[in-house]
Write a protein that binds this ligand. Structure first.
Ligand SMILES: CC(C)(COP(=O)(O)OP(=O)(O)OC[C@H]1O[C@@H](n2cnc3c(N)ncnc32)[C@H](O)[C@@H]1OP(=O)(O)O)[C@@H](O)C(=O)NCCC(=O)NCCS
Length: 370
């Protein structure tokens, strides 16, 4: 029997609960990862994640749905993670770009014994109430009779560092479009995270004929792509203002600097370190067009054992860039396909980008690739 929702609340996890949440998620994301990780490797990776630029200084938080009368229990009902990110917004009213805070949500997990009781749904609904800016939440009705007291934003020692300031939040759904869309700020099953632009373009490396790459391309290592993302973030801010002029809505974006895009490579490190030819390069840039013509990527191993490159940012002539990557990199490293998200006409059915905006007006999340 499920516990009444009013007896439950969302709480920032204690260190012991964080460890327990990682132990639990191992069965979902550790065993199946790129040919498998041991529990020790998985826990080590999670520990290391907390020290990365995108997570440290309170930017990452594990949340647990707990009984109000036993908030520190290791028998919590479900858990998830949030990553606080510097983001950029152009409000339709002003047309000028400005910084804002957005949150990326990950690792939503209910252990099998607790599934089907509405716990994950409730956790996600409460998450809005800890992440969103107070001024937006103040306009909303809190269903106190059904849900009891509001959750607290954070433990006192972290006050102000995580939550209570989001203009938007986003996640990539592997459980279809409905589940997160139904997790809104109230009882009605609507107004949650909406799928936005789940398109994909795929190049099969085996189909490509190109085998030589001209000298006009530069290959970029991890440090070089890190440096490139700083510059690129500045360009994205300017481009957002340009796009806002044609847009009917406010528009916003996450930015790839401050370790956000680095994380996409690092997260998969234990996988690609097992490739026969361990990749040294994570980006390509045209030597004269430079930031007008470049791509960056990460590499994932799929369940069938194949290696897939996912483009994390691309600017310029996609076809020319992809052909250069195929000829100069993908074939050599045994990459079977290159995926570019957020472009093309094909809709994918997993990793669906889902977006929740907390402001009063309508908005769109831009630069929605990986
Ligand atoms: C997805 C998951 C978190 C759902 O947890 P849960 O606590 O069982 O979910 P709830 O009981 O709150 O379900 C709420 C609703 O979502 C639906 N739902 C649950 N899991 C779903 C899934 N995998 N796909 C689609 N819908 C799902 C339920 O049917 C339920 O609908 P109802 O209200 O009409 O009965 C859980 O199954 C899980 O941990 N799965 C493995 C990890 C995972 O895939 N996480 C999501 C990554 S994006």
């Amino acid at each position: 029997m499920s516990i009444p929702l009013s007896n439950l609340t969302l709480s920032p996890a204690t260190p012991a609960q964080i460890l327990e949440s990682h132990r639990r998620t191992y069965e979902e994301w550790g065993i199946s990862f790129a040919g498998g990780m041991s529990m020790e490797q998985y826990l080590e990776r999670e520990k290391r994640t907390k020290e990365l630029e995108c997570a440290r200084d309170g930017k990452m938080q594990v949340w647990v749905l707990v009984k109000r009368d036993d908030p520190d229990s290791l028998d919590f009902l479900c858990s998830c993670e949030t990553f606080k990110r510097e983001a950029w917004v152009v409000h339709q009213t002003s047309g000028k770009g400005q910084p804002c805070t957005g949150y990326g949500i990950a690792s939503v997990f209910t252990p099998v014994r607790n599934r089907g009781k509405g716990y994950a749904k409730h956790m996600m609904r409460l998450l809005h109430w800890v992440l969103a800016k107070r001024e937006y939440l103040d306009q909303l009705e809190w269903p106190s009779e059904e849900w009891g007291e509001k959750p607290i934003v954070s433990r006192t020692e972290q006050e102000g560092s995580h939550g209570g300031d989001a203009l938007f939040s986003a996640l990539w759904s592997d459980v279809g479009p409905e589940f997160y869309a139904r997790c809104g700020t109230g009882i009605r099953e609507e107004g949650g995270w909406q799928v936005q632009d789940p398109h994909i373009l795929i190049w099969n490396v085996g189909d490509a004929h190109s085998s030589t790459v001209s000298g006009e391309w530069e290959w970029l290592n991890e440090q070089e792509v890190h440096d490139l993302w700083k510059e690129e973030s500045e360009r994205m801010k300017l481009e957002l203002e340009e796009r806002a002029r044609e847009s009917q809505t406010s528009i916003c974006t996450f930015l790839p600097d401050n370790g956000v895009a680095d994380f996409l490579i690092d997260r998969k490190r234990m996988g690609w370190m097992r490739m026969e030819h361990v990749p040294e390069y994570w980006g390509i840039r045209h030597s004269t067009a430079r930031l007008d013509q470049f791509a960056t990527w990460t590499i994932e191993r799929r369940k069938d054992g194949s290696w897939v490159m996912v483009i994390t940012r691309l600017r310029g002539d996609a076809e020319a860039i992809i052909q250069a990557i195929i000829a100069g990199f993908a074939k050599k490293h045994g990459v079977s396909a290159i995926e570019c998200w957020g472009v093309g006409d094909t809709e994918r059915d997993d990793h669906l980008p889902c977006f929740k905006w907390y402001g009063p007006e309508r908005s769109t999340l831009c630069f929605n690739e990986k």
